[in-house]
Ligand binder design. Structure first.
Ligand code: BGC
Length: 763
């Protein structure tokens, strides 16, 4: 492995001077931190203005520079700190060689890509990973993704996305951990540890980027990129804690969001990125803008022109400009004209170099091409995707023991436009490097080798939403099958169902129907899927509905008429096998919903941890609700069935009262009362009855996924202390545990009924 020329040739006298200059800040450093600082200062001292701004620039690979330079030319001139969206290992190695060997200072590049749920071996989409409620599994998965990514040369992932999403219309709900802050914290932390290891510089890991700072998931109307209006109380209590968890776990970078937050663009918002993120939340890495977001400051009607956008981005706290070259073009002029102090630039360069030094990039600038094949084809990685997919599956309905399907089935109909898709099953944010996946059809065929498996597509749905400019560019609109063909398909599906002993219907969304720029105003099943489902169910055959989707869909009809419903999300490489494992009973599903399930599009947003607001206790008409629909979700947050059943008992609190700042233990016994082993996610919810501000009706404050043999029981213990009981009060304007009475519930979902109570007393 080649080594970069190390920028350590500063004379000792200068080092001493630098050390003195840094003064008390450095005095508080450990020797290891001081060594990093010295190395960074030494390097900074040797850099020209252009080289400094280069470190603040992430080039779009192949995008010509401001003067039509090639990417390699810019790298050679030291005008790049990072390169975006290159997945080809040979290209990465070449560019890194240019940076390390041919640029004046030999500062290695970061290669950034969205390794979101796997590199070659694809794990379930993040919403599915959250449905495992298994942070240890999530951490292992991201460590594998990191290793595959690292050997291939991609040393920086734009993940995890920790945006809380309460609105199923928002397409990017698929990329996060769902609606809950506490679950979001656990998933944020697990992913950062998985990607980076216990600290930056852990071998074979990559740099993480927690995103999108902040509150991007609260987009108006669920429309991607739309304005966000989130009051400070909600920002602090709901949206920021997963970011704090990622920062505390050491995330080396944070990605700023695209949209305006309370009218100020997040990517040029000094309060957000400097005061809050760096000063208050203690973030020590660097901030990357979202793609072209610095340029967008002008589009927002915030910056007056591109030059102003560059200044506002940097002053606003974005250290590195992703893709738009706005810094590259305009920061040198601003500094030379005296409009931007060099110190503002230097501080940002320090941040970028510090991360590069900490992650060992100077010592290990390249991936490991010689081991790439072995790592990407490691059977343990593929096996892990199957286990993760199994654990992510949520059984939503199982009337009359419709599932598991019998081993001896002779004839099975597999129906639906997604049933044979080995592409959609991988979900959005799947890289070119992703390996082939197993479709549901293949999974069923492999699991029932003796059976005749008839496959009928049955119809179609839109591949993507029609965009006006597709038509303008003469592209055919992404259309459905012609109506006559669709009708014929549907008729064939009905016929296949009639001949079968069991029917597996695979419906939902194409992979590109959720994700970025894929918000929707309609959560119903697309195309003819609903009609197809109704027609097949009308045959009277036992139907199992398998959903592949990145968000809750309107399945209110199915919830009443289809005996079994299996939520499989987009389960990844081994998805088809994992689904067949669950359908056959080889695996007992134990995933739980990380979102509340709306009954219809108009029901969104619906989330469990809302406040109880005005209610006339004598007349249920006067309470928060729709006149035509219950406010209760179709399936509650935390919900998921099993092939066995669980009973909760014996809630014990070790104290009836604690002082503010104190701790208590809550224990609860869970028993597998069925005939087979199964997983249960034991959940603990808390409610504070009164305080300086109203508190949510309940909030998740503990969970543990356990496996219990038939008849086995286990007593689990949870701690409730300041971390679980504190909140940020809009009245006192600080975090605190306020005195008052608290309810606590334990159970298998957010409707848990086993109840206890305790008090927090004033100190
Ligand atoms: C997305 C980010 C992503 C970036 C780079 C943007 O459009 O919003 O989530 O990391 O592109 O691919």
């Amino acid at each position: 492995m080649s080594r970069a020329p190390l920028p350590l040739s500063l004379p000792r006298a200068l080092l001493v001077a630098v050390t003195a200059l840094l003064g008390s800040a450095q005095a508080a450093q450990t020797p290891a931190e001081a060594a990093v600082t010295q190395r960074v200062e030494a390097l900074l001292h040797r850099m020209t203005l252009d080289e400094k701004i280069g470190q603040l620039t992430q080039l779009g690979a192949g995008t010509p520079g401001p003067n039509k330079e090639t990417t390699d030319d810019l790298i050679r001139a030291g005008k790049a700190g990072s390169v975006l969206w290159t997945i080809n290992s040979a290209d990465i190695e070449r560019m890194q060689r240019v940076a390390v060997k041919e640029s004046r200072l030999g500062i290695p590049l970061l290669f950034g890509f969205d390794v979101i749920h796997g590199y070659k071996n694809v794990f379930p989409v993040p919403l599915g990973m959250a449905a495992t409620w298994d942070p240890a599994l999530v951490e292992r998965a991201q460590a594998m993704a990191a290793k595959e990514s690292w050997v291939s040369g991609v040393n920086w992932t734009f993940s995890p996305m920790v945006d809380i999403a309460r609105d199923a219309r928002w397409g990017r709900i698929v990329e996060g951990a769902g609606e809950d802050t506490f679950l979001g914290i656990a998933m944020a932390r697990a992913q950062v540890l998985g990607f980076q290891g216990p600290k930056l510089g852990t071998p074979e890991r990559v740099l993480a980027s927690v995103k999108h700072f902040a509150a991007y998931g609260a987009a108006d109307g669920g429309r991607d990129y739309d304005s966000v209006y989130v009051p400070e109380v909600q920002l602090r209590n709901v949206y920021l804690p997963p970011f704090q968890a990622a920062i505390d776990a050491g995330s080396g970078t944070v990605m700023s969001a695209y949209m305006t937050l309370n009218d100020v663009p997040a990517s040029g918002n000094a309060w957000l990125l400097r005061d809050l993120l760096r000063q208050e939340m203690g973030f020590k890495g660097f901030v990357i803008s979202d793609a072209w977001a610095v340029h967008s400051l002008r589009v927002h009607g915030y910056a007056s022109d591109e030059v102003d956008a560059a200044a506002r981005g940097l002053r606003g706290g974005v250290s590195m400009d992703m893709g738009s070259n706005t810094y590259l073009k305009h920061l040198p002029g601003l500094v030379k004209a005296g409009k931007l102090p060099i110190k503002v630039v230097d501080d940002m360069v320090r941040e970028v170099l510090t991360v590069k030094v900490q992650m060992g990039l100077f010592e290990r600038p390249y991936g490991d091409p010689a081991r790439k094949d072995a790592v990407l084809n490691d059977p343990a990685h593929r096996a892990a995707t199957r286990v993760a997919a199994q654990k992510s599956i949520v059984l939503l309905r199982n009337e009359g023991g419709a599932l598991p399907l019998k081993a001896g089935l002779k004839r099975i109909a597999v129906i639906g436009p997604l049933a044979d898709s080995a592409e959609d099953i991988k979900g959005s944010w799947t890289l070119e490097a992703a390996g082939a996946a197993v479709s549901v059809l293949e999974g069923v065929r492999a699991r029932w080798p003796q059976a005749t498996v008839d496959f009928v597509r049955g119809g179609d749905m839109q591949r993507a939403y029609p965009l006006p400019w597709d038509a303008e560019q003469g592209k055919p609109a992404p259309s459905l099958m012609p109506a006559a063909e669709m009708a014929a398909e549907q008729a064939r599906a009905v016929q296949a169902a009639q001949q079968a002993e069991a029917v597996v219907m695979v419906l939902g969304e194409r992979a590109n129907m959720s994700g970025e720029a894929a918000s929707t105003s309609d959560l119903r099943l697309g195309g003819n899927q609903q009609a197809l489902l109704e027609a097949v169910v009308a045959t009277g055959k036992p139907v199992v509905l398998v959903l592949l989707n990145g968000r809750p869909l309107d399945i209110s009809w199915a919830a009443e008429h289809v005996p079994a419903i299996v939520e499989a999300w987009f389960p990844g490489t081994e998805g088809g096998n994992a689904i067949a494992d669950v359908l056959s009973g080889a695996v007992n599903p134990g995933g739980k919903l990380p979102v509340s399930w709306p009954r219809s599009t108009g029901h969104a947003p619906v989330y469990y941890n809302h406040n109880r607001t005005h209610a006339d206790e004598t007349d249920p008409k006067f309470t928060s609700r729709y006149a035509n629909l219950t406010s209760k979700p179709l399936y509650p947050f935390g919900f998921g069935l099993s092939y066995t059943s669980f009973r909760y008992s014996d809630m014990k609190l070790d104290r009836a009262a604690i002082p503010s700042g104190g701790r208590l233990q809550v224990s609860v016994t869970v028993e597998n009362t069925g005939a087979v082993a199964g997983d249960e996610v034991v959940q603990l919810y808390v409610h504070q009855r009164s305080g300086s501000a109203a508190r949510p009706v309940r909030e998740l404050k503990g969970f543990q996924r356990v496996t219990l043999a038939a008849g086995a029981k286990q007593t689990l213990s949870f701690t409730l202390g300041p971390d679980e009981l504190k909140f940020w009060s809009p009245v006192t304007r600080r975090w605190g545990v306020e005195p008052g009475r608290f309810d606590v519930w334990a159970g298998g979902d957010s409707g848990a009924t086993l109840h206890g109570e305790f008090a927090v007393q004033a100190k």
